[in-house]
Design a binder for this molecule. Sequence first.
Ligand SMILES: C[S@@+](CC[C@H](N)C(=O)[O-])C[C@H]1O[C@@H](n2cnc3c(N)ncnc32)[C@H](O)[C@@H]1O
Length: 75
Amino acid sequence: MEDLAHDLDLRPGMRVLDLGSGKGATSVFLAREYGVEVVAADLWIAPEQAARVFAEASCCRRRCHRPRPCVNRRR
Ligand SMILES: C[S@@+](CC[C@H](N)C(=O)[O-])C[C@H]1O[C@@H](n2cnc3c(N)ncnc32)[C@H](O)[C@@H]1O
């Protein structure tokens, strides 16, 4: 993750979309290390579950929405 983030030229205040954020470990890392604002969304992990990780990290505002799936289900 450090290598990948290093190449992104992230700076404090930037907004990052962590799509497929899981329980939020990557989101917390990016917020802590780079001071970016992270919008985290995951198809299978409930927002409340990730919110617990964010609350424990105490670096994040707690605003949870259940995202709509971004997969095409019309096939
Ligand atoms: C390898 S995990 C990511 C782990 C995460 N980066 C972390 O720090 O814990 C991949 C995640 O992508 C999510 N995912 C897969 N397809 C998705 C989709 N179409 N939209 C949103 N999330 C998706 C899965 O639910 C899974 O939690």
